[in-house]
Design a protein around this ligand. Structure first.
Ligand SMILES: [Zn+2]
Length: 167
């Protein structure tokens, strides 16, 4: 219970720090939490990096681009590949696409948010993961990742050339 509280506090702190700063175009953020057999990812992508604009879609092509980005993010098993030996299976996915309901933006920036939870049969074998996010979102050139695990925590920078994090 104590460990969970610390994890929650850490994530709340990083989330709060980020909310005040907005984002940098081309740079995504990723929070990774390993807790027992559960492996959670929380991904935040600047909308600009995903579709090339950051406002409500105006044309059919822009609407299609936004819809396609949502579809890609909904396939979490294709986007995040944990260490195969850990036997992780995707259990839940939550994707939030801005402007999907036609509402105007409330701020200058807009993000795509996606959260995934994997359940791992052999968590001791879990040593990291690889992501295919860069293959689908070509305007994205960096992801700043933070990781909280049972024995340690750390941070890392993922790029199209090194789209993985190991621990
Ligand atoms: Zn922006």
């Amino acid at each position: 219970m104590k460990k969970l509280l610390i994890v929650t506090a850490l994530l709340a702190a990083t989330g709060a720090a980020h909310a005040g700063k907005g984002h940098t175009h081309g740079v995504g953020r990723l929070d990774v939490v390993v807790d027992g057999g559960a492996l959670s990812f929380a991904l935040e992508l600047p909308l600009d990096a995903a579709v090339g604009f950051e406002r409500a879609p105006k044309t059919a092509a822009e609407k299609a681009a936004l819809e396609n980005a949502g579809k890609l993010l909904n396939d979490g098993a294709a986007l995040f590949m944990p260490t195969p030996a850990a036997g992780c299976a995707l259990k839940s996915t939550q994707v939030t696409v801005p402007f999907a309901d036609g509402k105007p933006a409330s701020a200058d920036h807009a993000d795509l948010d996606a959260a995934y939870v994997f359940e791992c049969a052999s968590p001791a074998a879990l040593k990291g993961f690889e992501t295919a996010v860069f293959k689908h979102f070509r305007r994205l050139y960096r992801i700043e990742a933070q990781r909280v695990g049972p024995a340690s925590q750390g941070a890392g920078r993922l790029t199209p050339k090194t789209p993985s994090l190991a621990w």
